[in-house]
Design a protein around this ligand. Sequence first.
Ligand code: C5P
Length: 243
Amino acid sequence: MPDKTELIVALDHPALKDALALVDELDRLPVLYKVGSGLFMAAGPDVVRELVSGRGKRVFLDLKFHDIPNTVEKAALQAALLGVEMFTLHLAGGRRMVSQTSAELTRFCNERGSRKPRILGVSVLTSFDGAAWSEVTTAQTGHAASPAQSLVGLVSNAALWGADGIVCSPLELEAVRARFPGLYTVVPGIRPKGAALDDQARVMTPTEARVAGANAIVVGRPVTASADPAKAVADILQDLACP
Ligand code: C5P
């Protein structure tokens, strides 16, 4: 079990002012904030500047970069300039995309004397079921692969290629921790005991995720849709603090 499991609150808001209202409501609570493509498209990189420089918050930028190595490297350096603590890219982008990004980011941050953001690899999105994933792999290679096969293959490469961690579902967490103990794990699909599942099919509670070895958990609606978000966060932090 890691020394500590961090809480990342997903700011899946359509507008900057709503996201910032929640951040201000949670002001003194020790959490990170996930900025994904919805909020980023609505508010642009200013949302990250406002969180990091304006309000001193820690940010996980979840834009899932996947492009030619040069383009992803440039995007990663901009993420570092914005001061994010971690960001995502697709491991399916391949060795050069990941390793060039990692090497240039390390060089860039060393030169500036700033902390290098963690690179988190995305393997197979949990929205894929076996049939949908076999359609993709058959189209790519002529052979069907299961999500589990592709996940192991991609995650095995994550550390070799220079990623610092991965995003994985509660279902994959224990196997990933057992096989790849050095990878930092960020786990969405978390529901406090008794909370509505919404559209998440397989979930873990914060405590279960901590015991299974999550370095960080991502929680959205149980906080953002709560009548009392500060209490919802305080309760989750208490769960995470239990041995
Ligand atoms: O509201 P909820 O707690 O379900 O939100 C979870 C967050 O984590 C959302 O931003 C969602 O996009 C993200 N996520 C996920 N499952 C994945 C990857 C990311 O739920 N496999």
